[in-house]
Design a protein around this ligand. Structure first.
Ligand code: PMP
Length: 773
């Protein structure tokens, strides 16, 4: 194997400047750029135009350089819109010049326009951009199909797939099992791929589109494709195979990269059946070449740090993931991308799950995202789908201490092996748990009733309240949600699809300072909103009813995550109590530190409720609901009814609940929610400054709402854009949801183990998704 050592020329900058001036008439700032083999200098002229002056490696064949230059000139003629470098002629009208080196040898020198921007290798490319990259690559292929240069056909290029036999002697450089797998791929390649390759359409190809040769502009779009140094005459599909092999890292992105890159490519140049059939093998060969070239370079020049770094890059991990994906699935994804299968792009497994779901669980599946996620594993802040892709979970408030927290899963498993029965036997765990919850609530709220869900907790709370007050009227926030039982559904206006509010229910205005009746700047905003309770209570009285209870979600989650308004809740509580009702803090959303700073959401409002209900986060996913109240309220209730829930407070549930409290305390997650929430907010506010679609950013701890509007003055809601953004974020690997009466608010409630690094990932995804929306 011919291996070119990386002895780049190193002329003094002053000499380079002189060369630029004399040969190309270029005057400006000169800056040396890193190149492995050539000496590259960036020259920026006073008018801003920038050029790359290249002093080629002394061993570089002049005809190979001529081939690149002529290809660029050809592209400029046939497809001037393609973003590739332009060739600057010398002052005497030639494409190259020469520079004398020692011993009478000469370097070829030439100048290309410099493509400003960032290399794509530093980012994960979103779906839309991948499609555009595919389309640009296909256009590049089209532009080159009429191009001829003898050097393209005669050169021996390391990366040419036809070189596979030359790689066999290098296999020994790989450890097992890499060696065995690589040997098999090379062997199959030589025996069955290369003969078929010879029958495919062939032409001059760029052949080396990877993250370092793809330049992005500030908006994250394609600024240019550079480096025509690996141009060769070969099968057109090798261009796409090389890009796939190089852009598919990290491995969890394989399906996404594959589908989108191929889709974009195929829209410009339809792939032929024989090409599609070879793509899997060609990508495998490219990855094996990468592994062997890196291993070889490292063995030859162990002192070169870039080779050591590259040795771990791409190849093996991606190859393993590719094989795990299977050839069948790979080809299926290609077919979908090429429009040869169902227009619906949902993968086959998801499709069949969806069909079964409709058959078994009702015709109206209530699912997230246009492309529903097939979740198969959870891990901290991550959810993994059936292809192994990781999604950053910004949405789920149930796994409050992170998906599958080992302390919680261990507690559940341990208790499950010992005993799991009900509260009609004596047991200490449920009492320990009740004591811990009571201590969190402080004061008089110390008596617990155990159930299995938030809805059940609210249902029991409602029964306690009607029993205690003897009244039957209910108060809740407009567009509130409290659960699914018949009684609670009636006080969940956001769940109404058909019909009107029940006769015993009145709603209170949501204290929304952004788009509500009273807006930020109104004096005593909280008190003004609270006055609405007078009208609601009077309306109940008009129907001969008194309020038994007022339900409040302290985070106002369904109202779009509203920040606490001073005095609002205290003023409503005062009015409700004066009318004889109890105040029920539904902490299903806001509790367990979700809002940072305090354990309970109501503490942000400076009030103490009569009853607290919890569900979702209490068991970190294990079904667990609790009603916490004053002993006299509970006693009053149980004296009148034989209250017992078979599963409520069972040993395993209690063990899960205790473990969740332990983790919250041990990992100091409430404080973390405060700090990380503030950091998240700052990131979103920075986005708001750049993206007019973001009308408002609200957050309390890790309860976060981003309200999208079409017009910041009229506040016209943007529900369609919200859905598009949520779906785009899902494609970017970030899970969020929508909320609000207009459906124009992005709702986020990540597990409290969310850290700053996760915020950075989420904000970067927002940026990309918003830019491409
Ligand atoms: N209350 C609130 C505030 C909720 O958000 C929910 C669920 N989204 C419930 C009660 C009902 O809880 P569950 O689904 O566990 O019955």
């Amino acid at each position: 194997m011919k291996f070119l050592r990386a002895n780049a020329p190193l002329f003094p900058l002053e000499r380079v400047r002189q060369l630029a001036r004399e040969k190309f008439g270029l005057v400006g700032d000169a800056k040396a750029l890193y190149s492995e083999r050539d000496q590259n200098t960036l020259l920026r002229e006073a008018d801003g135009r920038a050029w790359m002056l290249k002093i080629a490696n002394i061993d570089e064949a002049p005809e190979a350089i001529d081939c690149q230059i002529e290809a660029l000139r050809h592209i400029e003629r046939v497809d001037p819109g393609l973003p590739v470098p332009r060739v600057l002629l010398t002052r005497d009208g030639r494409t190259t010049g020469q520079l004398e080196a020692a011993a009478g040898r000469r370097h070829v020198v030439y100048a290309l326009s410099f493509v400003d921007g960032q290399i794509a290798a530093e980012r994960e490319l979103p779906a839309g951009l991948l499609r555009r990259v595919g389309a640009i690559q296909a256009r590049l292929g089209r532009a080159l199909r009429g191009f001829f240069h003898p050097a393209a056909g005669s050169r021996e290029l390391l990366w040419d797939v036809r070189m596979a036999p030359a790689y066999l002697p290098l296999l020994g450089l790989l450890p097992d099992p890499q060696r065995e797998v690589a040997a098999q791929i090379l062997d199959d390649g030589i025996r069955s791929v290369l003969p078929r390759l010879a029958a495919l359409r062939a032409q001059a190809i760029h052949g080396d589109l990877h993250g370092h040769n793809l330049i992005l502009d500030n908006g994250g779009d394609i600024a240019g494709i550079i480096d025509f140094g690996d141009m060769i005459h070969g099968a057109l599909v090798c261009d796409l195979a090389a890009a796939l092999g190089d852009l598919m890292a990290p491995p969890d992105r394989i399906p996404q990269v594959l589908e989108n890159l191929v889709r974009g490519y195929n829209q410009v140049t339809a792939l032929e059946a024989d090409e599609r059939a070879l793509l899997f093998d060609l990508v495998g060969l490219r990855l094996v070449f990468t592994m062997l070239v890196n291993a070889f370079r490292l063995s030859q020049t162990p002192e070169e740090p870039n080779y050591a770094a590259d040795a771990g890059f791409g190849g093996w991990d991606v190859l393993c993931a590719l094989r795990a994906l299977t050839r069948e699935r790979f080809e299926e994804l290609i077919d979908v991308a090429c429009g040869l299968r169902e227009a619906d792009t949902a993968p086959a497994v998801a499709q069949s799950l969806l069909a079964r779901r409709k058959r078994l669980l009702g015709s109206r599946p209530y699912l997230f995202y246009d492309r529903p996620l097939h979740a198969v594993r959870g891990d901290g802040v991550w959810i993994l789908d059936d292809t192994g892709r990781r999604f950053l979970d910004c949405y789920n408030n149930v796994p409050i201490v992170g998906h599958c927290h080992p302390l919680v899963t261990e507690a559940i498993a341990r208790q499950g092996r010992i005993l799991n029965t009900n509260t009609r036997y004596l047991g200490a765990q449920v009492l320990d748990y009740a004591e811990r919850l009571g201590a969190k609530s402080g004061g008089e709220l110390t008596a617990c009733a155990f159930v299995n869900s938030g809805s059940e907790a609210n249902d029991i709370a409602w029964r306690m309240a009607t029993a205690w007050s003897g009244a039957h009227g209910a108060l809740a926030q407009e567009f509130a949600y409290h659960g699914i039982t018949e009684a609670i559904d009636a006080i969940s206006p956001s769940a109404i699809r058909i019909g009107a509010l029940a006769a015993h229910v009145r709603t209170l205005l949501a204290p929304d300072g952004y788009r509500g009746r009273y807006r930020a700047g109104t004096p005593d905003l909280g008190v003004r909103y609270a006055e609405d309770a007078d009208q609601a209570i009077a309306s109940l009285a008009g129907a001969g009813l008194k309020p038994a209870a007022y339900f409040i979600d302290s985070a106002f989650m369904t109202n779009g995550i509203l920040e606490p308004q001073p005095h609002y809740v205290a003023e409503v509580f005062r009015r409700v109590r004066a009318a004889g009702g109890l105040c029920i803090a539904d902490e299903v959303q806001s509790g367990f530190g979700r809002m940072g700073e305090h354990f309970w959401g109501y503490q942000h409002h400076g009030v103490t409720p009569d009853i607290i209900t919890i569900g979702k986060p209490a068991g970190n996913g294990h079904p667990l609901g609790v009603v916490i109240t004053r002993p006299e309220i509970l006693d009053h209730f149980v004296e009148r009814t034989a209250f017992f829930s078979t599963f409520g407070g069972n040993n395993v549930s209690a063990a899960a609940g205790l473990a969740v409290l332990d983790v919250l305390e041990n990992e100091d997650l409430v404080a973390s929610a405060t700090a990380v929430g503030a950091y998240f907010r700052a990131g979103l506010e920075a986005l708001q400054r750049r993206h007019p679609l973001i009308g408002d950013v609200r957050s309390i701890g890790l309860a976060i709402g981003v309200e999208l509007v079409l017009d910041r003055l009229t506040l016209e809601p943007a529900p369609r854009e919200t859905l598009r953004l949520i779906n785009a974020l899902r494609e970017e690997g970030v899970l969020t949801g929508s909320e609000g009466v207009h459906g124009n608010i992005i709702k986020m409630r990540p597990p409290l183990v969310f850290r700053r690094e996760h915020v950075d990932i989420a904000v970067a995804a927002f940026e990309r998704a918003l830019t491409l929306l």
